[in-house]
Design a protein around this ligand. Structure first.
Ligand code: FAD
Length: 436
């Protein structure tokens, strides 16, 4: 069971239970979203004695509760959970928390500082309103001088072009709706999207005795452990997670998947080669469907080579760290993967009963009626601050760095956003962690 590293402080804001009754029509700061990004910001605003409320559509950590599968566990090791006031301090720092442990960790963290969360409160719109913003809530509206949108970086499941061509008689499931193998109709399963989630579901379904087809894209991969250290240790120590948007080859590179790996069963390598050796049938990218047949591009080798290229890019960071610290990583890149891949799958002929879409996520800020988004739907921001005074974002993928949206890095961004808000709303507090 996860435990927290530090105890919360007392009485700066009213208890969550009282918030509903006490919520005013006006508040200094409204945070939208009670996941790690919203709560981390609340932790620092609480520290800064700033009047605020956290408006959460479901419950605290709702995304982890309702949009993950039953056997989900973290891909990042427990020691890398560095939430402010909620660092992992349990007995298994090198383990990977299960879903129930992670939810318990969030509950314990929230209990420790009693953030002013209004649960069951979906914000349906945010618009400019005089010197601040008007937020539309299920019960009316709220005026806030500042707003932090922390509604999640992985909001809307992205389906590839032609996804509507799938025949009506095959069950289609989004990754966030998948729960376990037994909940699926019988038969083989086609998983479309070879990122971290697609690979993990492929492994689970294969182990459950299903025939599995995996439509692969281009994702970096790396060994789970190198030189006795976890992959995430290398990611952090090498500076790979400190990369900023400016370090990327293009804005679209923000959509490249995370490094393929898994924390399942104590953590092990999980990438296209591992899945192929296991017996999962790999195919190229989804290209459409017709007459009960699914088509795939003849690009598996190309995608695998591109994934190896991304892995080689990360390996350069690993090698540089090795040289700097005179250590060894033991990571040797294998020869190119060459697997015979079909370009057509007859769903009935192969007994495919289910297609699972694991083809990634996109932003979904259609309810934020302010002109602060780029043509990919990402908020245009600098350190979380937008060009509209008082409007902030948190938890955006690559908000400041590659680590912005993960449990390790979100606290750093939250402190910066909260510091800016405190400057706007009141005196600068002596925050517990760092000073500029
Ligand atoms: C499948 C998957 C696995 C991941 N695994 C890891 C991992 O192992 N380690 C790691 O560090 N990171 C992982 N991440 C990345 C990241 O930690 C999670 O995506 C995390 O949930 C992001 O936290 P967040 O607070 O930004 O967003 P969320 O957790 O999504 O929280 C946003 C909250 O806002 C609420 N909300 C949304 N819209 C509104 C609205 N209009 N009004 C009110 N409330 C609203 C939602 O209900 C939700 O509770 C994973 C991500 C995914 C998708």
């Amino acid at each position: 069971m996860a435990r927290l590293g530090s105890k919360g402080r007392e009485g700066v804001v009213p208890a969550a239970a009282k918030i509903a009754a006490e919520m005013q029509e006006k508040v200094d700061v409204a945070i939208v979203g009670g996941g790690q990004a919203g709560l981390a910001t609340s932790w620092y605003l609480t520290e800064g004695k700033i009047d605020h409320v956290v408006l959460e559509a479901g419950r605290v950590a709702e995304t982890w509760r309702s949009r993950r599968w039953d056997s989900f566990c973290l891909v990042t090791p427990n020691w890398s959970v560095k939430l402010p006031g909620g660092e992992y301090a349990g007995p298994e720092p090198d383990g990977y928390m299960s879903l129930s442990e992670l939810i318990a960790h969030f509950e314990s963290w929230a209990e420790s500082f009693d953030p002013p969360v209004q649960e069951g409160c979906q914000v349906s719109s945010i618009e400019a309103d005089g010197d601040g913003f008007k937020l539309t809530l299920p019960t009316g509206s709220l005026h806030a001088r500042s707003v932090v949108v922390a509604s999640g970086g992985y909001q809307r499941a992205h389906l590839p072009a032609n996804s509507a061509q799938l025949p009506a008689n095959v069950t289609q499931v989004l990754a966030e709706d998948y729960r376990n193998p037994a909940a699926l109709p019988p038969g083989a399963v086609l998983i479309i999207g070879g990122g971290q989630t697609g690979c993990q579901l492929a492994e689970e379904l294969h182990e459950a005795g299903r025939k599995v087809f995996l439509s692969c894209g281009r994702c970096p991969w790396a060994p789970r452990r190198m030189g006795g250290k976890d992959l995430v240790w290398w990611v952090i120590e090498s500076g790979f997670w400190n990369r900023t948007p400016a370090d990327l080859p293009s804005p679209a590179a923000r959509l490249i998947g995370n490094v393929l790996s898994t924390g399942h069963g104590g953590g092990h390598d999980l990438n296209y080669r591992v899945l192929h050796e296991m017996g999962v049938e790999l195919v190229g990218r989804f290209a459409g469907a017709e007459d009960g047949k699914i088509h795939f591009a003849d690009d598996l080798a190309q995608n695998s080579d591109a994934s190896d290229g991304l892995a080689a890019g990360f390996k350069k960071w690993v090698d540089a760290l090795c040289e700097k610290r005179s250590i060894s990583s033991t990571w040797v890149l294998p020869p190119p993967m060459r697997v015979q891949a079909r370009t057509e799958l007859d769903l009935a002929g192969e007994g495919v009963g289910t297609v699972i879409w694991t083809s990634g996520y996109r932003s979904d800020y259609g309810w934020v009626h302010l002109p602060v988004f780029d043509d990919m739907g990402f908020p245009v921001q600098q350190d979380g601050r937008t060009s509209v005074p008082g409007l902030y974002f948190m938890g955006v993928h690559f908000q400041r760095k590659a680590q912005s949206a993960v449990l390790y890095g979100v606290g750093e961004d939250a402190e910066i956003v909260a510091r800016d808000i405190v400057e706007r709303h009141g005196p600068i507090p002596a925050f517990g962690r760092t000073s500029p």
